[in-house]
Ligand binder design. Structure first.
Ligand code: HEM
Length: 358
């Protein structure tokens, strides 16, 4: 996983150096930059294909996915029945759902092409396969050979899984990285301290790697603080109560749909003093504080992509700090969301300069 993330990181920034730089300084739209990088990491893991700048299909998919997340709100989670039957709701659902339909169509197309390539011998599946699609096809074949009649591994479930992974992994990670750079632009002192820590670990001779994690407490704390400040999912996914229960003194009947407002947990002033302040050191001063940080949810249905997302955040922020200085283009972005009432707290929109350090 690390190798694939780093390959995409290097490829993307080499490409920016060639196509988006003046005198070696890269200037890009922060959101687009991370969209392409994160999208390519997921797509490479899923189906061994990266996205390039100017790819119309990816641009359409991304724009509508961002719009979908921005327009989806608490209303979509708790829609009253009378509203669901209205024409307005039918129109709205179509608009909110459009990006999701586009993603499904795209993964479905990719699977069909892989199946054709396998059939024609253009793609040969090795013992372990190259990616998620290969691994899925191997499992499908195994179930067939073993005579499993009720196997749930088929092209349709593969498309649904890929769709889930795409939706779960793209916008979330990309938005968090866009928040990260907004924090860095506002806090050069944090960047400086991070660089000192990372150079101490690498000796300036190599990039940062996941094995360095135990030796980079300040980077770990900074990523925690970025995720706390970003708190990109205002609400967690919903749960349905199976039995009558009491939550925090409040009786709740079986069948009730409940959710957690994660952004409130992350801004609880009794836990995170001066919660509007970006202060990574709070996680170093209190070793237990990260237990109150749940950006990936908690429990049995915790985020399936947590380890991938954590690896991406660590490797990308760490290596960016080692490779570049960050400069705003015009005014610094405010560390403030563009969509306070949406399900996803979108980062500010800004352009950024990456100034190579050597
Ligand atoms: C910073 C990045 C990410 C954040 C903040 C995030 C956050 C979350 C949260 C809060 C949930 C709901 C957990 C719950 O119900 O308790 C979730 C679920 C999920 N996430 Fe993520 N996620 C991120 C990245 C990813 C990535 C990279 C992937 C996969 C490529 C992914 C795939 C999923 C899936 C499939 C689920 C549904 C799990 C289930 O219901 O069993 N996520 N994520």
């Amino acid at each position: 996983m690390e190798a694939k993330i780093m390959e995409e990181y290097r490829y993307r920034f080499d490409d920016f150096r060639k196509n988006n730089s003046k005198n070696g300084v890269i200037e890009v739209d922060a959101a687009n930059c991370f969209d392409l990088l994160v999208g390519s990491i997921i797509n490479t893991l899923l189906i061994s294909e990266r996205f390039e700048q100017g790819d119309k299909e990816f641009d359409e998919l991304k724009t509508s996915l961002a719009e979908g997340f921005e327009s989806a709100s608490i209303l979509d989670a708790f829609t009253p029945k009378w509203l669901m039957n209205s024409e307005w709701w039918a129109w709205r659902s179509k608009t909110v759902r459009r990006p999701f339909d586009l993603i499904y169509a795209q993964v479905d197309k990719g699977i069909k092409k892989r199946l054709e390539d396998v059939a024609s011998g253009k793609h040969i599946i090795g013992d372990e396969g190259d990616d998620f699609v290969d691994a899925f096809l191997i499992k499908m074949e195994k179930d067939k050979m073993d005579g499993v009649t009720d196997s749930t591994f088929n092209p349709e479930t593969m498309a649904i899984d890929m769709y889930d992974l795409w939706i779960g992994g793209q916008e979330t990670t990309s938005a968090t990285l866009t928040w990260a750079c907004a924090c860095f632009l506002n806090h050069p002192e944090v960047v400086e301290e991070l660089r000192k820590e990372l150079l101490g670990v690498t000796g300036g001779t190599r990039g940062i790697s996941l094995t360095d994690k135990p030796n980079t407490p300040f980077l770990n704390a900074t990523i925690n603080e970025i995720q706390r400040i970003a708190s990109i999912l205002s609400m967690n996914l919903s749960r349905q109560i199976k039995e009558d229960a009491v939550i925090d003194g409040q009786p709740i009947s079986a069948g009730t749909i409940v959710t957690t407002q994660m952004s409130m947990i992350h801004t609880d002033e009794t836990v995170f003093k001066n919660h509007t302040e970006f202060n990574p050191k709070r996680f170093l001063e209190n070793n237990n504080l990260d237990k109150s940080l749940i950006p990936f949810g908690i429990g049995k249905r915790v985020c399936l992509g947590e380890s991938l997302a954590r690896a991406e955040l660590y490797l990308i922020t760490g290596n960016l700090v080692l490779d570049f200085d960050f400069e705003p283009v015009g005014q610094k972005p405010e560390i403030k969301t563009r969509s306070p009432f949406a399900m996803m707290k979108r980062p500010p929109h800004y352009n950024i300069r990456f100034v190579p350090l050597n």
